[in-house]
Ligand binder design. Structure first.
Ligand code: SF4
Ligand code: SF4
Length: 175
């Protein structure tokens, strides 16, 4: 059990490092939208990936609570709208993209349909401007993380959710 947690910590450390300095656009997109994705309030927040709390449980800018996602016990994080970027959760590092496992079982990195009406990059169809190196790094991260059984299971459930949002927003997903 202890070894498993250690492994997750190492995986998340690597994932954080890969995405530490990366941003979706080559410019600071937060200046375009006044950081809409960081408008922390008591209702909005983000799911942590399974076991990710090991990286974040002592961070004062985050409030963590338990959540059940499908049949998994995970943590949901609410921030106060500002953070130490070095310690931002993975969901923030990859936004407005998301990992997606297609119905044929292939991993893709796609625009997150949950962000469609929040992030101007998606809202105004500017996703072609997303830095291809950023997208590649996000892919590398989830290829790495999907080695972990719990994270892989979560990615499958998350992909079901993504399909539901994509239907609702009319976004096309890869097969
Ligand atoms: S909402 Fe989109 S454009 Fe604005 S800071 Fe977040 S990722 Fe960048
Ligand atoms: S943790 Fe940081 S990057 Fe993530 S939403 Fe909050 S302020 Fe934004």
């Amino acid at each position: 059990m202890k070894r498993r947690v250690m492994n997750k910590k190492l995986l998340y450390r690597k994932a954080y490092k890969i995405l530490d300095k990366s941003t979706p656009l080559k410019i600071d997109c937060g200046l375009l939208c006044n950081k809409r994705c960081c408008a922390g309030d008591s209702k909005s927040g983000m799911q942590l990936y399974p076991g990710e709390e090991i990286m974040l449980s002592n961070k004062k800018f985050l409030h963590l609570r338990d959540e059940i996602f499908h049949n998994m016990n995970i943590k949901f994080a609410i921030c106060n709208g500002s953070c130490d970027r070095k310690h931002r959760p993975l969901a923030c590092r990859v936004y407005p993209l998301t990992p997606y496992v297609s119905q044929k079982g292939k991993l893709f990195i796609v625009e997150d349909p949950r962000a469609k009406y929040i992030c101007p990059i998606l809202l105004y169809n500017k996703s072609k401007d997303i830095d291809k190196y950023f997208k590649r790094k996000v892919y590398k991260v989830f290829l790495l993380l999907s080695q972990d059984e719990d994270i892989n299971k979560y990615l499958l459930y998350l992909s079901d959710t993504i399909r539901g949002y994509a239907d609702f927003t009319g976004m096309k997903l890869p097969i």
